[in-house]
Design a protein around this ligand. Sequence first.
Ligand SMILES: *Cc1c(COP(=O)(O)O)cnc(C)c1O
Length: 425
Amino acid sequence: MKKNLETICIHGGWKAGKGEPQQLPIYQSTTFKYETSEQMARLFDLEDEGYFYTRLANPTNDAVARKIAALEGGVGAVLTSSGQAANFYAIFNICSAGDHFITSNAIYGGTYNLFGVTMKKLGIECTFVDPEWDDERIEREFRPNTKCFFGETISNPGGKVFDIERFALMAHRHGVPLVVDNTFATPINCRPFEWGCDIVTHSTTKYMDGHATQVGGCIVDSGNFDWEAHAERFPGLTTPDDSYHGLVYTKAFGRAAYCTKLVSQLMRDLGSIPAPQNSFLLNLGLETLHLRMKQHCSNAQQVAEWLEKNEQVSWVNYCGLPSNKYYALGQKYLPNGSCGVIAFGLKGTREDAIRFMDNLDFISIVTHVADARTCVLHPASHTHRQLSDEQLREAGIAPDLVRLSVGIENVDDIIADLDQAIRKM
Ligand SMILES: *Cc1c(COP(=O)(O)O)cnc(C)c1O
């Protein structure tokens, strides 16, 4: 039976049989037992399916991966130990030393470093493009060794909305898949596969968990990209893997080729799996994702509108505001709401912004977003504190920028806390 997202949030991935636990069990075990040597041998010869070692597969992790795959409408998903690992694996699964990929420059800082610094050391080159450039200018960056295009549905912390359909068409014109980090929107507010995206990634640390309990990530494959049609570009998927019985992933696994390669090669060798205990916590978060996203968005909309009218506030960036540059794209891709993260500036100096934050009552100062609790971060005095005002502007961060992640408390209380902190500033 085809189910709606709210039902998948609750029931996806795990179905209890007769006398089995109603809630997803935590299989906190490294390994799984067999009765005979023959049974174990058949697993290694790929003649039989079954669990044997948690680095390769674990029932708790698999159930949560199935739920996220169903929410995104994909054919398969793989959980990772962090969002960073998810973005790395998503790219590294189709890029090797000597290859190249293109990314939007409106992406999370951690991903920016991963792509621009660390992957470069592995011999993988990345070109950063401004999604606001016209098609012709961006398409000039495609090379014969380009393997994918990357973007974020809603960028962290810039709040820019990525034109998924436009970039899916562009990537496909050049025979490569589009990879989208859907962390901030979540599948409740946007399902990138419906717009032609091929692979979705998540930091499940954020809204999917929603309670700041675990760091995790996920990669979801739509199963739609035709690797065989571009076989020479993706030899890892379309030629025999000597480290895996000489199997050709696309031939042996069809639409499951990408995820199977990711697990049987990258997880096997690099091993960034989540603990089953963490997947259990993530699953509890997923059970209420649809309810929380609604409240995050409705609260953030009201807070953004209130900030926009406040005398002490110099600017507000939230794509739900009709005055916002990304309002139209937001209406197209996120008609039911975007997310709870707002960026705004306060009139005054860096010190005024610091005083504002110190005046807050229950709104907390943390290096985290997308939590049930409302929280703030001031990059100029926290994550980027070593930079001068001028260096900050060069990095695209206004010295007065406050990142506000609106939680699911009562919105009047959130506004009252902001109001008293601004007044005392
Ligand atoms: C936080 C974040 C990441 C990194 O995820 P971690 O779970 O912290 O490793 C990647 N992409 C986006 C959009 C994020 O917000």
